[in-house]
Design a binder for this molecule. Structure first.
Ligand SMILES: Nc1ncnc2c1ncn2[C@@H]1O[C@H](COP(=O)(O)OP(=O)(O)OP(=O)(O)O)[C@@H](O)[C@H]1O
Ligand SMILES: [Mg+2]
Length: 260
C-alpha cells in the first residue's frame, strides 16, 4: 500500500539553525506513530510542518500522493484532513461546547447543521461527555476540555490526527481519560502521529516508535524492539532517564520529571 504521509529529504531551518535534518518518514493509512526524543529535537516542528504551521526549507512532503511543498497548496483545505491537537486546547470561552464543536463543520466546511450536530453528539457520547453539551469551557476540567478539543478536531472528519503532548499540562488524574480517547482512535484504525512523554502509553499504542535527536530521525522500530533493545546510544540514554522516573513512587514522578 502506498504511503498516506511521506517526508523525503525534508529540511527545516530557523535562521541558521537546522531543526529538521534530512527527514525520511513514511506513514501508511491506519498506522500509529509515536515520536520520541529529547526536548528541542524537533518533534513539534515536524508535526507543525505537516500542518502547514511552519514552512519547510527543502525536500518533499507528500500527503495522499500530493506534494504539499508546492506553492499552490491550500493549507486551509489540508488542515481539514490533518487535524492537530496541542497541549493547550483553545476552546472559545464565550461559546458552549456544542457551538465550539459545530464552528468548523458548519462555518468552514459549510455542512448541514443538523447532520454536523448529530455527528458531534455521537462523538461527545463516545468520549463520555454528552452531559457537557451546553456547558461553557470554564465549567469543565482540563481533561474534559482536552477531550472536547479532540472531538472538535474529529468533527472535521480528518484522515490523520496529530497529537502534540496533549496531556502534558493536565493533572495526573486527568491524563488517563485523554489517553484512553486516543487509544480508542488507534483501535478504530485512524492514522495517528503522537508526540508524548507517556512512555507506557507510547509502548501500548504505537505501531512504530520514531526516535529523534537534534533534528534527525535516529531510529524507527516497533515498540517492543525500541524499548527493550534501542539501537543507538542516544536512545539508550533517553530511555534510561525514563526508567529512573518510572521506578519512583507515583507521587513524586511529575516533580522529578520537571528536574530532568
Ligand atoms: N519559532 C521558532 N523560532 C526559532 N526557533 C524555533 C522556533 N520553534 C522552535 N525553534 C527551535 O527549534 C528546535 C526544535 O523545536 P521543537 O519545538 O520542534 O522541539 P521539540 O522536540 O518539540 O521539544 P519539546 O520536547 O521541548 O517540546 C529547538 O531548538 C527550538 O528552540
Ligand atoms: Mg514540542
Amino acid at each position: 500500500m502506498s504511503a498516506l504521509i511521506e517526508f523525503k529529504g525534508f529540511n527545516k531551518f530557523f535562521g541558521e539553525q537546522q531543526v529538521l535534518n534530512e527527514i525520511d518518514l513514511s506513514v501508511k493509512s491506519g498506522e500509529v506513530i509515536v515520536i520520541l526524543g529529547p526536548s528541542g529535537c524537533g518533534k513539534s516542528t515536524l508535526l507543525r510542518c505537516l500542518n502547514g504551521l511552519e514552512v519547510a526549507h527543502s525536500g518533499s512532503l507528500k500527503f495522499n500522493g500530493r506534494e504539499l511543498l508546492d506553492k499552490g497548496t491550500d493549507w486551509r483545505e489540508v488542515r481539514q484532513q490533518i487535524g492537530m491537537v496541542f497541549q493547550s486546547y483553545h476552546l472559545f470561552p464565550h461559546m458552549n461546547v456544542l457551538d465550539n464543536l459545530l464552528l468548523g463543520p458548519v462555518k468552514v466546511q459549510k455542512r448541514d447543521r443538523r447532520e454536523a450536530r448529530e455527528q458531534a453528539e455521537a462523538l461527545l457520547a463516545r468520549v463520555g461527555l454528552s452531559d457537557k453539551r451546553d456547558a461553557f469551557p470554564r465549567q469543565l476540567s482540563g481533561g474534559q476540555q482536552q477531550r472536547i478539543a479532540i472531538v472538535r478536531s474529529l468533527c472535521m472528519n480528518p484522515k490523520v490526527m496529530l497529537f502534540d503532548e496533549v496531556t502534558a499540562a493536565l493533572d495526573p488524574e486527568m491524563v488517563k481519560e485523554v489517553l484512553e480517547v486516543i487509544q480508542g482512535l488507534a483501535r478504530e484504525g485512524m492514522t495517528l502521529l503522537i508526540v508524548t512523554h507517556e512512555m507506557a502509553f507510547a509502548r501500548a499504542v504505537a505501531d512504530r516508535i520514531v526516535f529523534m535527536d537534534a533534528g534527525r530521525i535516529l531510529e524507527q522500530n516497533p515498540p517492543e524492539l525500541f524499548f527493550t533493545n534501542p539501537q543507538t546510544a542516544r536512545a539508550q540514554q533517553f530511555l534510561e532517564k525514563f526508567s529512573y522516573v518510572e521506578a519512583l513512587p507515583k507521587k513524586t514522578q511529575t516533580k522529578e520529571l520537571e528536574l530532568l
